[in-house]
Structures are given as C-alpha cells and as structure tokens.
Design a protein around this ligand. Structure first.
Ligand SMILES: Nc1ncnc2c1ncn2[C@@H]1O[C@H](COP(=O)(O)OP(=O)(O)OP(=O)(O)O)[C@@H](O)[C@H]1O
Ligand SMILES: [Mg+2]
Length: 316
C-alpha cells in the first residue's frame, strides 16, 4: 500500500524555481530518502505533503486522502520536523511539549521520557534561549513522542553535533524495524545511505534518479584514487582521459574524473567495471605514487548529476 502518492506535482515559482512534475510513491514501512542541495525543492515537496501548500498541478495523497483538502483526516498519524524550526516564544520546552500533546488531542506522549533521555534534553529552559541544536532536539522529540505511524522529516539533523546525528540515525533504524514509514530529506549522504530503502535525487526541482539504497553498495561503478609523481603528469593524464572514446562526464558514466585535488596531484577516477583496462592503459605512461580502489559511495553517485555544473564546483 502506498502511504504517500505524488503524481505530477508542479509548483512553479517563476525563473526556473520551484518543483516540476514530481512523481513518487512511499510504501508502508519504507524509509524514503530525498537528497538534494540547497534550493533543489525538498522543502517545497514536503510542504505539499504536509498540506501547507496547494499544488499548481498534479495530485498528492497521504493514506489516500488529498493532502491539501483532507489533511485533518490523517494529521494525527503524522510526526513532522520542519526544515526551519520556529518555536513560539514565552514558553519553556515543557510547556511547548504539553501544548503539542493537547493540539494532537492526545492524553499523553508515550515515547516522551525515552526521547528526552536519548537526546539528553532538559525541557525546562525557555524556547527563546535555546541553542540551535536544542531547538532541533525539541523538534525531534515532539515529532516522535506520540509514536506516529508516518514521519515527515525535513533535514532533521541540521544543527545537531556528530554524536547526536549518530544517535538520531540509530533511532531511525530502530523505528524502521518497528514498521514506521519515514520520508526524510537531507543533504547529508551518511544519514541517507545508512537509513533509506529508496532514494530519490532532486536537482533544480526535478527528480533525476530514484534507486534502491542497496544498489550503491552492489554497483558496477568503481572509484580509483590515483596520486601522480608530479603536477605535470596529472595534468597530462587528465588531458588524455578527456580524449579517450570511453570518457564521459555524465551521459553514459563509463569513465570520468569525479575529483581533482591539485595540491596533492591526486584524482579520483570513476569507471564501470569493464573499463579498467582502458584506465590502466592510460595510467601506464605515468609515474604513480598511489593507485587504489576506494569505495563507490552515494556521494560519488550523487556527484555524477552535478559534475557538469560549474555552480556545484564541477571537477574538471
Ligand atoms: N514561497 C516561495 N516563493 C518563491 N520561491 C520559492 C518559495 N519557496 C521556495 N522557493 C524557491 O523554490 C526553490 C526550492 O526551494 P526549497 O526551499 O524547496 O529548496 P530545498 O531543497 O528545501 O533547499 P534547502 O536545502 O536550502 O532547504 C528555491 O529556488 C526557492 O528559492
Ligand atoms: Mg529545505
């Protein structure tokens, strides 16, 4: 069963900004990752899921209900963390928690104590005086405290320190085992890589790739670190690489350079398995200090979609 169903969602803010023809389905008990850089359109899609925004085109449903017109029919099943946390002033954390429990028409929050403990959060301070990390922790606690079936999380760990990010990732994994459906936007690769069953990459308002979280680990793509004896060799190699018939930056992704570290005379070359001979033939003319395979990661895959764009710091 699809818990979230988005068909042809478009919201055009003009000047190429917004989201365009978004299609995606999230099934029950799936963790779905939505990966994209600043301004890609993650929060816009999420605001539509939450019923805050009326779609210009297309339809968007949660548990079969229209998100904009029938949000009240499913809102008590949803926990939400907004991308930008805006807490009401003049309240303590405890008062805010009580307010949210009442708003949900709940008697109590069964997971509250566990979450306060896990995130080492003291809720007696005033919301106004909380640090960014504390505000984020409070938003996480409030989203999960009623044990909702569906979680909509917009960059949930931004502002958390690395230890708390890990605590959060472990918590998501446990909630996944308990059968929760989770939609999570992020630009932190590890968070998505560690938790998601399905991942979509969003670029300039459009989904450019949707794939199984596991497929990256079993990918035919490989990455090799090549450190040259000197800068001239590295430059010559890059020139020759670009002339190779197998070379491509994005289209067929057979052989390309994803990273150049000029100060180290070092490059990362990505290939599909059967192009290893082409790479070795090219490298054989140069003196190398390091040649080793490095794990092909979600970040490498993601960068394929951004490598040509100078605005994202294309590698070549
Ligand atoms: N209300 C609005 N009016 C006009 N333009 C908007 C509005 N909301 C978003 N945009 C534009 O739509 C695009 C997508 O914005 P969105 O906030 O969805 O990106 P995002 O992926 O969430 O980015 P971030 O990682 O920075 O949170 C951006 O170009 C943004 O400027
Ligand atoms: Mg956002």
């Amino acid at each position: 069963m699809n818990v979230i169903e988005i068909q042809n969602l478009t919201k055009d803010y003009g000047h190429g900004r917004g989201v365009f023809d978004i299609n995606l389905n999230v099934q029950k008990s799936q963790v779905y990752g939505f990966l994209g850089p600043n301004g890609a359109g993650k929060s816009t899609v999420i605001r539509h899921i939450m019923g805050f925004s009326r779609p210009q085109k297309g339809s968007i449903k949660v548990y079969g209900y229209d998100c904009f017109k029938e949000y009240y029919k499913f809102f008590d099943k949803v926990g939400y963390i907004p991308g930008e946390i805006a807490l009401p002033e003049g309240l303590t954390g405890n008062e805010f928690i009580s307010m949210m429990i009442k708003l949900r028409n709940a008697e109590s929050a069964p997971k509250l104590d566990e979450l306060l403990d896990l995130f080492e959060f003291k809720a007696n301070g005033e919301t106004k005086k909380m640090s960014l990390g504390d505000k984020r922790k409070l938003a996480i606690i409030v989203a999960f405290m009623n044990d909702p079936e569906l979680l909509i999380l917009d960059e949930p760990t931004s502002g958390l320190d690395p230890v708390m990010q890990e605590v959060f990732i472990d918590y998501i994994k446990k909630e996944k085992e308990r059968g929760k459906t989770i939609f999570i936007s992020s630009h932190i690769f590890k968070e998505i890589e560690d938790t998601c069953d399905i991942i979509s990459i969003i670029k300039d308002g459009k989904i450019v790739s949707t794939f199984d979280g596991d497929s990256i680990k079993h990918s035919k793509n490989k990455s090799y670190k090549c450190k040259f004896y000197n800068a001239e060799d590295m430059q010559n190699f890059l020139e020759e690489l670009k002339k190779s018939p197998s070379y491509s930056r994005v289209k067929n992704k057979e052989l390309y350079c994803s990273k150049v570290e000029k100060n180290k005379n070092q490059v990362i070359v990505n290939i599909v398995d059967d192009k290893i001979n082409v790479l070795l033939a090219l490298l054989s003319k140069y003196k190398l200090i390091v040649f080793k395979q490095v794990a092909f990661t979600l970040e490498d895959y993601f960068m394929q979609f951004y490598i040509e764009d100078k605005k994202y710091g294309g590698a070549l």
